[in-house]
Design a protein around this ligand. Structure first.
Ligand SMILES: C[S@@+](CC[C@H](N)C(=O)[O-])C[C@H]1O[C@@H](n2cnc3c(N)ncnc32)[C@H](O)[C@@H]1O
Length: 302
């Protein structure tokens, strides 16, 4: 029996399913207003085992490249790298994006925080542009691409540099932004005139000016209370879902995160008066999510 967490907060309901979000059959078609999520990033080493658990070919190709890669012609090695990279998107991310497309209402928005990856395999350093693959998928699926956000993460290694000292031409640019891709299902949502919940959800001019700009460079990292866990799940700072939820949903909407991690999206959705649904495949995160949501205090637990 899968674990679940379910609680109420004011007038809103929140449910977390500890299961694989490639199947979200618990959710009705056209019933979610906003998706805010950050998946495991393909070709980032920390997620190799997870992706391989969905398709053994991924582990096999990566292992083969590790053992034999350097002796292969560059083109053949690149083809194999692409095979692993494509499979990671195809076996995990695309099926979840398909489910998102089913459950979003018309006019509903998907906000996907994803980073590109760089990696040296078989003596070839290269970029894996995860954001581009994701945009291509959503466009083919018939979503409307909206201008995206570049989240410039604070780095504790400002001079991090990959390459050979000061000598051109073989140095590489550092990856120091992540993408927050924005897609809409069909036309913009319409509301009756003076719809109260919409007005109650308004942001200020100052917030609008700061948020609706393409580069976010003012978001500080989380104070890492569970720092090891935060690293293991690559959690985003609460400010990311807080802004996105306020920008792209109204109070009492339903917000979904199919890659919930430590429950950041649920926590913020509850604080902002939105309903939420989360999916997380790793049920060992149950206790820390319960604690993070303050649900271990019996009075709050329903
Ligand atoms: C990058 S983390 C998300 C971090 C989250 N935004 C937070 O703030 O904690 C991705 C999460 O997706 C989970 N995951 C991976 N595959 C999944 C699947 N098929 N279904 C549900 N969750 C999955 C991983 O266990 C991991 O916790």
């Amino acid at each position: 029996m899968e674990k679940t967490i379910s609680f109420e907060c004011g007038q809103t309901r929140h449910v977390i399913f500890f299961k694989d979000s490639r199947d979200m059959s618990e959710i009705r078609d056209n019933s979610v207003h906003l998706v805010v999520t950050s998946p495991p990033y393909p070709m980032i080493e920390m997620w190799d085992d997870l992706f391989s658990s969905f398709d053994h070919r991924i582990a096999e190709v990566l292992q083969y490249l590790k053992e034999k890669g350097k002796s292969l012609p560059a083109q053949q090695a690149l083809r194999l790298m692409n095979e692993a990279y494509d499979l990671m998107h195809e076996v995990l991310l695309f099926p979840v994006w398909d489910e998102i497309s089913r459950v979003l209402v018309d006019g509903g928005i998907a906000c996907i925080n994803i980073g590109d990856a760089t990696r040296s395999i078989a003596g070839l350093f290269r970029l894996y542009p995860n954001h581009a693959k994701t945009i291509e998928f959503f466009e083919k699926k018939g979503f409307v691409s909206l201008p995206y956000i570049l989240w410039k993460k604070p780095t504790n290694k400002p001079n991090a540099f990959l390459g050979s000292g000061f000598l051109p031409p073989n140095a590489y640019v550092t990856l120091d932004v992540e993408y927050i891709l924005l897609f809409r299902k069909g036309r913009a949502r319409a509301f009756p005139p003076k719809y109260q919940l919409r007005y109650e959800s308004a942001y200020t001019k100052e917030e609008r000016d700061r948020w609706f700009t393409q580069i976010w460079d003012d978001i500080k990292g989380e104070r890492q209370i569970h720092s090891k866990l935060y690293r293991r799940t690559a959690s985003f700072p609460e400010e990311i879902p807080r802004r996105l939820i306020r920008m792209f949903s109204i109070k009492q909407d339903v917000v979904l995160d199919p890659f919930l991690g430590l429950g950041t999206t649920t926590k913020v959705a509850a604080e902002l008066g939105r309903n939420s649904i989360g999916y997380e495949i790793d049920d060992s995160l149950y206790d820390v999510i319960v604690e993070r949501l303050g649900l271990n205090q019996p009075l709050l637990f329903k």
